[in-house]
Design a protein around this ligand. Structure first.
Ligand SMILES: NC(=O)c1ccc[n+]([C@@H]2O[C@H](COP(=O)([O-])OP(=O)(O)OC[C@H]3O[C@@H](n4cnc5c(N)ncnc54)[C@H](OP(=O)(O)O)[C@@H]3O)[C@@H](O)[C@H]2O)c1
Length: 262
């Protein structure tokens, strides 16, 4: 993996570290929210990024245009993480098109927050299909393509271990499952020089969980720093883990939540 950190002097004379220069990255669920922040950050730092989406065609096109206009490289592919064949296909497509794969971010996910008895069978299946099986498939189908220095980052949730309400049992269960997956797979991948880690956000303002949404004030009152997180803050942690500097962090679940889960 080419981690050589070249220094890029932008027109504004800011100095940006090209942490991911020469690398190829795949981000699932990258058209909006946290995923879009990760795509933007990795591309700004030199990665050639492919990201998936399901329905947000307009947002996906706009993100590709924005990354391209900033001098980066991004490709959007419609691919449903809940569909095993589509997960296989998009990974094969990246490897065929780019000739390599260095960084994989399994971000696609979400959930319906209701008491267990109020959730429909479909709502439960969807959380399991996308958050658990989609993440597992993204990880296991991409791992064979990664070389020494390769990086996998899963976007879990602080809900894996923090239950401040009575509507998060199933969503939290799915995020607990990926935390366990990451711990176990760190043993399998570490000897190949590949790390796998789990980033667990607390409330982060996105289309799925807007800071000014119906539960915004209630949630904010429970976050010690008094605000929602921003997608660029999560993207910054992902970028660090995905770079050379993150090489000794493996099998970790890292909360990024303003103290919400403390
Ligand atoms: N926001 C938070 O407060 C928060 C907190 C903890 C953890 N998380 C986790 O962070 C991740 C991103 O959340 P977010 O808040 O950014 O969500 P979001 O605003 O709903 O964005 C999710 C993105 O994932 C895509 N996606 C959803 N299901 C997919 C599927 N089956 N296959 C491929 N792409 C899919 C969506 O694509 P389309 O738009 O095309 O449907 C969208 O681009 C999720 O795993 C979520 O559980 C979020």
């Amino acid at each position: 993996m080419n981690h050589s950190a070249t220094i890029h002097h932008s027109r504004e004379n800011h100095v940006a570290v090209r942490r991911h220069a020469g690398t190829v990255a795949l981000v699932t669920g990258g058209a909006r929210g946290i995923g879009a922040g990760i795509v933007t950050r990795l591309a700004a730092e030199g990665a050639r990024v492919t990201f998936t989406y399901v329905s947000a065609t307009h947002e996906a096109d706009a993100l590709v245009s924005a990354v391209t206009a900033s001098g980066g490289q991004a490709t959007a592919v419609r691919s449903n993480s809940a569909d095993r064949a589509q997960v296989r296909e998009v990974i094969a497509d990246v490897v065929a098109r780019e000739g390599r794969l260095d960084v994989v971010v399994a971000n696609a996910g979400g959930g319906t927050k209701k008491r267990v008895e109020k959730l429909s069978d479909d709502e439960i299946d969807r959380m399991i299909d996308v958050n658990i099986r989609g993440t597992l498939d993204t990880v296991r189908f991409s791992a064979p393509h990664l070389r020494e220095g390769g990086r996998i980052v899963v976007i879990g949730s602080v809900s894996a271990h923090h239950f401040p309400d009575d509507v998060t049992s199933i969503y939290g269960m799915t995020k607990g499952a990926v935390a366990s997956l990451v711990r176990g797979m760190s043993r399998e991948l570490g000897p190949r020089g590949i790390t796998i880690n789990n980033v667990q956000p607390g409330p982060v303002s996105t289309p799925a969980n807007p800071a000014d949404g119906p539960v915004g004030d209630t949630l904010r009152a429970t976050i010690p720093v008094g605000r929602f997180g921003r997608v660029d803050e999560v993207a910054s942690l992902v970028s660090y883990l995905a770079g050379e500097e993150g090489a000794f962090i493996n099998g970790a679940s890292l909360d990024i939540d303003g103290g919400y889960g403390a």
